[in-house]
Design a protein around this ligand. Structure first.
Ligand code: LLP
Length: 421
């Protein structure tokens, strides 16, 4: 986002223009910024390990237009559910361009996953016999829980280690691959996803070493080769002013160094190195534009806006911080105030106290930063509030990429039984 004379711009488009044209609240994404983020990350890893590929974890922002940007850059899709496989298919990606990393799968998930022909990434050895009951995937990978996880978002988003629900225990990994091999499967990969939003570059080579020690020993004992090793997502972004950003070059250089050293140590045929980030690509390329509707001076001064926890769940769910800028108001005096949405629940008072412009008035437009990842996808209809529109900006142009919900969407799938009519 750029600031010119106090007015904010996404790409070359004024925030005020977007608010006027599409109303508020809206999610807005900057196409050029997504492409820049993707290319910066890809070039860093390609520089140190040429057989490298990204899959985009579509859960973070599942708008098909956004996923299509990443597809056009060459990304595959990491799908957490059958519907995310279908989303990938919807934008023309399938087969081995899609990885199915669901957990605690139902039989229905398994059947549909098999039908789709994507890479099956199993979260537990117990899933394998259930998969084999219905068919035999061409390629199998297991999601390993290497016993260590980390996240800047906090414990809830730490996806590995003893308190995580994900992944295969290191002591079960050998048997898991042995069973797959004994069932006639000939192509293998390995996967982990120990954490999200990590800005400390040393984490990436460290977890790579953990996984490679587990997989390297499987390779030695079973004599199987791995076509790919996927070290998950987790490339972090700073949310607060002054917070350090990830040193991508060091993360890539050290990860590749560790990866290559372990390949050598275990005498492996060099696998493709894969990652499946999401936040790094779309996080800082997405904004929520909102409007101040009402200001209350009661026990405390509270700015009431149309962006509540129904539109941005992260602050109340994880205590996450999102920067807010006020169009045309940021250069003046500031004061400590609260900010809330319009839901009938006090959790919705999602900023209890923050220095914001002292002259905020009804009708003012603001933008919430770093809302591109885990934003819209985690919005919901509580209190009869409807999910916002999504808009894509490309320079001076802008496109509606998801219509706002209307009242009919609130009742769309409901039925009133005859005796209640
Ligand atoms: N791969 C798998 C299997 C995942 O579960 C995730 C995210 C990713 C990749 C992408 O991770 P990233 O590059 O974005 O760190 N709702 C939380 C984040 C939950 C992460 C879930 N898994 C938040 O708002 O911070």
């Amino acid at each position: 986002m750029k600031e010119i004379n106090g007015k904010y711009y996404i790409g070359e488009t004024a925030v005020s223009t977007l608010a006027e044209k599409y109303g508020t609240p809206i999610y807005v994404y900057d196409e050029e910024k997504i492409r820049e983020n993707y290319r910066r990350a890809l070039n860093a890893f390609l520089k140190y390990y040429p057989d490298f590929r990204f899959f985009y974890a579509i859960k973070a922002c599942n708008n098909p237009a956004i996923a299509s940007i990443l597809k056009s850059e060459g990304a595959g899709i990491d799908a957490a559910s059958v519907n995310e496989i279908l989303l990938a298919k919807y934008i023309g990606l399938g087969g081995e361009d899609v990885m199915f990393s669901g957990n605690f799968l139902s039989d229905d998930d398994i059947v549909q996953g098999l039908e789709s022909g994507v890479i099956f990434n199993l979260d537990d050895p117990s899933i394998l016999p259930r998969v084999l009951k219905y068919g035999r995937p061409e390629i199998i990978s297991f999601r390993v829980n290497p016993g260590y996880g980390k996240s800047n978002v906090g414990d809830f988003v730490t996806n590995a280690g003893p308190n995580a629900k994900f992944g295969v225990h290191p002591e079960q990994v050998l048997d898991a691959y042995a069973s797959a091999r004994n069932a006639g499967i000939k192509r293998f990969g390995a996967h982990m996803m120990p954490g999200s939003c990590i800005t400390d570059y040393e984490y990436f080579p460290f977890i790579t070493g953990l996984l490679m020690d587990i997989i390297g020993s499987v390779r030695k004992k079973l004599g199987i080769e791995f076509e790919f090793i996927d070290i998950g997502g987790g490339l972090g972004i700073p949310y607060r002013d002054g917070e350090a950003s990830l040193d991508l070059d060091k993360a890539a250089a050290e990860t590749a160094k560790m990866f290559s050293a372990k390949i050598k140590e275990y005498g492996m045929k060099a696998p493709r190195l894969m990652m499946e980030p999401a936040r790094y690509f779309v996080g800082n390329a997405g904004y929520i534009i909102g409007k101040v509707h009402s200001i209350k001076n009661s026990y405390k001064k509270i700015i009431g806006a149309d962006v509540g926890m129904n539109v941005i769940a992260r602050p109340v769910l994880y205590g996450a911080y999102h920067k807010i800028v006020f169009d045309g108001k940021d250069s003046g005096p500031r004061e400590k105030v609260g900010l809330c949405g319009q839901l009938c629940e006090n959790t919705d008072y999602w900023i209890k106290e923050r220095e914001l412009p002292a002259n905020i008035a009804e009708g003012d437009i603001f933008a919430i930063e770093n809302a591109g990842a885990y934003g819209f996808v985690m919005s919901y209809q509580y209190n009869g509030r409807l999910r916002p529109a999504e808009v894509l900006v490309k320079g001076k142009k802008h496109f509606l990429i998801r219509k706002p919900e209307e009242f009919k969407d609130l009742v769309k799938n409901t039925k009133i039984p005859r005796h209640l009519q």
